[in-house]
Design a binder for this molecule. Structure first.
Ligand SMILES: Nc1ncnc2c1ncn2[C@@H]1O[C@H](COP(=O)(O)OP(=O)(O)OP(=O)(O)O)[C@@H](O)[C@H]1O
Length: 709
C-alpha cells in the first residue's frame, strides 16, 4: 500500500470519526428534545384534566390542539432520532467528488440512506441516496457527468468515486471505482446469506436499475425482468424515491402494493421502513374479489384454481380460461355491456294513483345516459319517486317506503336483467359460440376465470366505490393477471402504476399475460426491461435456463457449486441428510419447494416427525419464516433462500407445461445451492442435467440420515 493510499485511508477514518461525532451529538440533542416534549405533553394533559371544568369549549379545543401539535412534533423528532441511530451504524456507503465546470475545486459528496446536515452550519454532511446529486454515484463512472440542481443542470467531471462498507460505525472496507468497486462490493453483498426479510440494496443499485427507480415521468411503468433481476427490490426503491421526490404531494398513505399473497407482503414489509419511509397498505386480488362477490356468489380462488390445475388439466376448463384471458374478451364484454341499454323498454310508472308517462321515463333514461346502466335505472327511479312523492304530499296524501320500492321495482322491470350477474350470464347465452364458455362449479359457485369478468361487469354496470385516495399502485407478478383483471384495476385505481413481473414465471399458462398484452392494455406506458440476474450463482442460473430459456438473461458472474440431482430410494432420508449438512454450513435459510401444497405437507410431516424444526407455508400463512421453510412453488414466488431442495423431480410430477413453470420458479429461488431429489424416473425437463458441466447427478441407495433423533 502506498503512502498516498495510507494517508487517504487515514483521512477517511478521520472523516468517519467526525461524522459519527456529529451524529452522536445530534442523537443526544434529539433524545433531550423528545424527553422534554414528553414531559411537556404530560404537564399539558394534566393541566387540561385539572382545569377541565373551568374551561369553555374554545379553550378546551385550543388546548387539545396544542397537545396534538406537541405529539406530532415529538413523533417527528422520534423519526429523526431513528434515522440518526441508523446513520450511526452506517452513515454512508458512497462518495463522489464532482468538479463543476467553472469552479476552482471539486466538491465531495457522501451518500447514505438518509440526509444529514451539520446542526450548526446546515451544510450537508450526508446526501440522501435519492437526492439529485446522488445520481452521479449510480449513473456514472469517473469523467464527464451532470446532475439536476434547483438552478438547472450542473455539468462537470467526476474526479473520484468511492464505495464503503461501514457496519456498527466501523469502516470494514472501501474501494475506488478505478479498482472496479461496483462489482467487488456487489459480489460481496450477493454472496451473503439470505435474510428472512427482503433487504434494501441502496449501496449497490446498478445503472439500469437506477433508471427504473428514478423514472418520475411515467404514469404507468411496466417492468419486465428475468428471475432474480431485482424487480421487486427496485419497485420498492422506486416507491421510496417517489415519496422523496414528491414529498409535498405524495405520502405513504397514497401508495398501495398489490401483492400475490400475504407471505410475500410480510417478506417485503421491512424494505420501506429501512429506507426511512412508512409501510404502505397492501391488497391482493383475493381481497378485491371478496369485497365484490361475498354477497353475490361463491367463487373459486386463484390458489384453488392453481391447485386444481396441478392436480389435473381439464381441457375444457383450460379452454374457458384461455377464452377469458385476452384483451379481445374484455372488448367483447364491453360491447355487450354497452348494448344492454338498448334492451331498456320504457313504460308508464303508476304509484298511489299518480302516473309518469312512458315518454317521461324515456326522456329521464336518456338524460342519464352517461351513467352505468343500473345506476341509471336508480337515477330514473329516484327522480320518479321525488316527483310522485311531492305530488301525493301536495294533495295531502302519505308516501311510504313501500311506495318508493314499488316505483323502483317498476323501473327495474323495464330492463330484462335484474343485476350484473344476470347481465354477465346473458353475455354467454346471447351467442352460441360462447355458450359453453360459462360453466359454474355447482349451483352457487363460479370458476376463478369468471371472477374478474363478473366483477368487471359489476363495475361497468353500477357506480362503485373506488380507491380514490391511492395515487400510486405497485403491481407485482404482472404475468399472472389477465386483461380483465387489468381492466378492473383501471376502473378501481385511476392513478400512476408500476407493474412488474416475468413472463417466464407464470403459474397458470392458460391465463397469463405477456409483456406485449399488458403493454397493449396500457399503450402509453414506459416499458423497461431488466436482464441481469443477481440472485443465484451462475451455475444455478444456467441450470434454470435449461428448464426455461430466456435468451436475454445475463447471469451475474458469481460462482458456486453445480446443482445436484440425487436419485434415491428414500427421498425423505436424502432430504434429512441435506438438512443435516445445511445445519453444519454457514447458510441460514433452506427452502424445500414442492410442486403442490399436499406434497409440501407430506415433506413437512416427514421431517418434523424426526425432530426437525421447519415452517410450513401454505395458502393461509401470513408470515414468512426463518430457517427451514417448506412450501409449494406457487407460494414461493418472489421469495429466496440460501439453499433450495426441490423434491419429487420426476416425470410424473413434472410432466406438463404448467409443471415446467413450477419447476422453474422453484429452482430460481436458490441463491447459493440447489438440490433436486427424485425416487422415480427423472423429469424430461431435467434431461439436460446429464451434461456434467451443468449438474452433478448421483444415486443414493442407502438411507443416510434416517437415524436422526
Ligand atoms: N443491485 C443490487 N445489489 C444487491 N443485490 C441485488 C441487486 N439487485 C438485486 N439484488 C438481489 O437479488 C435478489 C433478487 O431480487 P428480487 O427478489 O427483487 O428480484 P426479482 O426480479 O423480483 O425476482 P423474482 O422475480 O425471481 O422473484 C435479492 O436478493 C436482491 O437483494
Amino acid at each position: 500500500m502506498t503512502d498516498a493510499r495510507t494517508s487517504d485511508e487515514e483521512q477517511e477514518h478521520h472523516y468517519l470519526a467526525e461524522t459519527l461525532n456529529l451524529l452522536g451529538k445530534e442523537r443526544e440533542r434529539l433524545s433531550a428534545d423528545i424527553d422534554k416534549a414528553a414531559d411537556d405533553i404530560d404537564a399539558r394533559k394534566k393541566h387540561l384534566w385539572d382545569n377541565l371544568r373551568d374551561m369553555d369549549f374554545a379553550e378546551k379545543a385550543n388546548y387539545r390542539g396544542e397537545v396534538d401539535l406537541s405529539i406530532k412534533m415529538t413523533e417527528h423528532a422520534q423519526l429523526l432520532h431513528k434515522r440518526v441511530e441508523k446513520l450511526l451504524q452506517s452513515p454512508y456507503f458512497g462518495r463522489v467528488d464532482f468538479h463543476t465546470d467553472g469552479e476552482s475545486d471539486a466538491a465531495t459528496h457522501y451518500i447514505g440512506v438518509h440526509n444529514f446536515s451539520h446542526p450548526e452550519t446546515q451544510e450537508i454532511v450526508i446526501h440522501d441516496w435519492r437526492a439529485p446529486v446522488s445520481s452521479l454515484f449510480y449513473d456514472y463512472e469517473t469523467g464527464r457527468a451532470c446532475y439536476e440542481t434547483p438552478k438547472g443542470t450542473a455539468h462537470g467531471d467526476i474526479t473520484r468515486k468511492r464505495q464503503y462498507k461501514i457496519s456498527g460505525g466501523r469502516l470494514e472496507y472501501m474501494f475506488d471505482s478505478a479498482l472496479n468497486i461496483g462489482d467487488e462490493i456487489l459480489q460481496r453483498e450477493l454472496g451473503q446469506s439470505a435474510d428472512d426479510r427482503m433487504k434494501n440494496i441502496v449501496a449497490t443499485i446498478q445503472r439500469e436499475q437506477n433508471a427504473v427507480i428514478r423514472n418520475d415521468t411515467a404514469d404507468v411503468l411496466i417492468l419486465q425482468g428475468v428471475a432474480g433481476s431485482g424487480k421487486t427490490s427496485i419497485a420498492l426503491h422506486r416507491v421510496a424515491f417517489l415519496l422523496y421526490r414528491f414529498k409535498d404531494t405524495l405520502s405513504s398513505d397514497n401508495v398501495m402494493i398489490l401483492s400475490p399473497n400475504k407471505v410475500f407482503g410480510d417478506y417485503i414489509a421491512d424494505v420501506l421502513p429501512e429506507l426511512g419511509e412508512e409501510r404502505v397498505a397492501e391488497i391482493d386480488f383475493d381481497r378485491i374479489a371478496s369485497r365484490f362477490l361475498d354477497k353475490v356468489t361463491g367463487y373459486e380462488t386463484f390458489s384453488e384454481q392453481v391447485v386444481n390445475l396441478l392436480d389435473r388439466v381439464d381441457d375444457a376448463a383450460a379452454e374457458r380460461m384461455r377464452f377469458k384471458a385476452t384483451p379481445e374478451f374484455v372488448a367483447r364484454l364491453d360491447e355487450w355491456i354497452a348494448s344492454i341499454s338498448g334492451e331498456f323498454t320504457p313504460a308508464e310508472i303508476a304509484q298511489k294513483s299518480k302516473r309518469l308517462s312512458e315518454d317521461w321515463v324515456a326522456d329521464a333514461f336518456e338524460d342519464a345516459r352517461a351513467m352505468p346502466i343500473f345506476t341509471r335505472l336508480d337515477h330514473v327511479a329516484d327522480t320518479a319517486v321525488h316527483l310522485l312523492k311531492n305530488e301525493v304530499r301536495d294533495r295531502g296524501g302519505k308516501w311510504s317506503a313501500a311506495d318508493t320500492s314499488g316505483v323502483r321495482k317498476q323501473v327495474r322491470a323495464m330492463l330484462p336483467y335484474k343485476d350484473a350477474f344476470a347481465v354477465y350470464k346473458a353475455f354467454y347465452e346471447a351467442d352460441d359460440n360462447r355458450r359453453t364458455m360459462f360453466k359454474p362449479l355447482g349451483k352457487k359457485k363460479i370458476e376463478y376465470s369468471d371472477v374478474f369478468p363478473l366483477i368487471y361487469t359489476m363495475i361497468r354496470t353500477a357506480r362503485q366505490e373506488t380507491f380514490g385516495h391511492i395515487r400510486h399502485l405497485l403491481v407485482d407478478e404482472m404475468q399472472d393477471y389477465t386483461a380483465v383483471q387489468y381492466a378492473v384495476l383501471r376502473e378501481l385505481f385511476s392513478c400512476q402504476m408500476t407493474i412488474l413481473g416475468d413472463s417466464n414465471q407464470s403459474v397458470n399458462p392458460f391465463s397469463s399475460s405477456s409483456l406485449a398484452t399488458i403493454h397493449g392494455i396500457f399503450p402509453d406506458a414506459d416499458c423497461l426491461e431488466l436482464c441481469k440476474s443477481y440472485r443465484s450463482t451462475a451455475e444455478i442460473t444456467e441450470f434454470a435456463q435449461n428448464i426455461s430459456r430466456n435468451d436475454k438473461l445475463v447471469p451475474i458472474e458469481r460462482r458456486g457449486s453445480l446443482p445436484q440431482i440425487v436419485a434415491c430410494d428414500d427421498q425423505h432420508a436424502e432430504i434429512l441428510d441435506i438438512i443435516e449438512r445445511h445445519g453444519r454450513s454457514d447458510f441460514r435459510s433452506l427452502g424445500i419447494i414442492c410442486k403442490t401444497i399436499a406434497q409440501a405437507e407430506a415433506v413437512h410431516r416427514a421431517v418434523t416427525e424426526v425432530g426437525v424444526e421447519a415452517t410450513l407455508l401454505d395458502y393461509d400463512s401470513t408470515t414468512f419464516g426463518s430457517g427451514i421453510v417448506i412450501t409449494s412453488a406457487h407460494i414461493s414466488k418472489g421469495l429466496e433462500f440460501d439453499r433450495v431442495i426441490v423434491p419429487d423431480a420426476d416425470e410424473d410430477n413434472y410432466g406438463n407445461e404448467m409443471d415446467k413453470c413450477m419447476l422453474y420458479i422453484a429452482c430460481t429461488r436458490a441463491m447459493h445451492e440447489l438440490h433436486l431429489t427424485h425416487e422415480r424416473r427423472l423429469s424430461d425437463f431435467l434431461s439436460f442435467a446429464a451434461d456434467p458441466d451443468v449438474a452433478t447427478v448421483t444415486r443414493q441407495s442407502t438411507s443416510p440420515a434416517l437415524s436422526r433423533a
